[in-house]
Design a protein around this ligand. Structure first.
Ligand SMILES: Cc1cc2nc3c(=O)[nH]c(=O)nc-3n(C[C@H](O)[C@H](O)[C@H](O)COP(=O)(O)O)c2cc1C
Length: 184
């Protein structure tokens, strides 16, 4: 079972990256985790003119190839003004031009967090609701509100017991026999 995990943020101090790192640490050893950094896929801002002139840049194909090589995805979304970060939206848009089915039929666990009480719930809802258009099977989702109140940066873990329980529950499908079985 190969899990591709990443934060949909290009911040080097990303709290969503911290959440993804912690979430993957909760998975059992049957799950082979690859942590991806979206900064490793540099791209110009999408433009149809640029696409017509020069085609789809290699980074977009490389991102799709990473997904193609995985059995499941774990994504944590940062929220900027109610939507995706520009960096992730741009990567997704370019990738979708090469293959509309960006998620390539994979089961996806979607997380999101922000410093505020909304916990990036808007971008999470948008991502969950649109996944089917990109051939994604969302198997669980969780918004972690008020990140700095609920995460211990020194230990690198969720300190709120109830949220920790919810996170473990959200991750369960990744070790669930049916999904793991489908994946191999
Ligand atoms: C331009 C901008 C817009 C933001 N808009 C929102 C927002 O709509 N909702 C929210 O909860 N947080 C918002 N924030 C705060 C982010 O949640 C916060 O910066 C968080 O750390 C981003 O996640 P990341 O650290 O994983 O990149 C915004 C931050 C920036 C810089």
């Amino acid at each position: 079972m190969k899990l591709l995990a990443f934060a949909a943020s290009n911040s080097s101090k990303s709290i969503n990256k911290a959440l993804v790192n912690y979430a993957t640490s909760l998975l059992d050893s049957s799950v082979q985790v690859e942590l991806l950094d979206i900064n490793d896929f540099p791209l110009p801002i999408y433009s149809s003119d640029l696409e017509e002139e020069a085609g789809i840049p290699e980074s977009a194909h490389q991102f799709l190839a990473k997904i193609a090589g995985a059995d499941a995805l774990l994504i944590s979304y940062a929220e900027h003004n109610g939507g995706h970060t520009v960096a992730y939206k741009n990567l997704f848009d370019w990738a979708s031009r090469a293959n509309r089915n960006v998620y390539q039929g994979l089961p996806v666990v979607m997380l999101a967090t922000s410093p505020g009480p909304g916990g990036a719930g808007n971008v999470l809802s948008a991502s969950v609701n649109s996944a089917r258009f990109f051939d994604g099977q969302v198997v669980a989702s969780l918004s972690v509100p008020s990140f700095y109140d609920n995460f211990d940066p020194d230990k690198g873990e969720i300190s709120n017991i109830e949220i920790q329980r919810q996170l473990r529950e959200a991750l369960e499908p990744l070790t669930n026999e049916r999904i793991a079985g489908e994946a191999v």
